[in-house]
Design a protein around this ligand. Structure first.
Ligand SMILES: [Zn+2]
Length: 65
């Protein structure tokens, strides 16, 4: 299993964000303050995980709602 590079989002506040799965390209909406790991609905890849009140993600952020 390839190592995943997580990027922490900076001061995004309490927002819904759109993430693009790096593995299959699926776009999925999640909340910026999550309490559990977000996995892709299509391929099951880990898209984001909680850290200190915000999230860090392996995916590209394609939008903030
Ligand atoms: Zn995926």
């Amino acid at each position: 299993m390839a190592e995943q590079k997580f990027v922490k989002l900076k001061s995004i506040g309490s927002k819904f964000i759109k993430l693009k799965c790096k593995d299959c390209g699926n776009e999925q909406i999640t909340y910026s303050k999550i309490s559990s790991v977000v996995v892709c609905n299509i391929c099951g890849s880990t898209m984001a995980r909680p850290t200190g009140g915000t999230l860090e993600t392996t995916s590209e952020v394609t939008g903030v709602l």
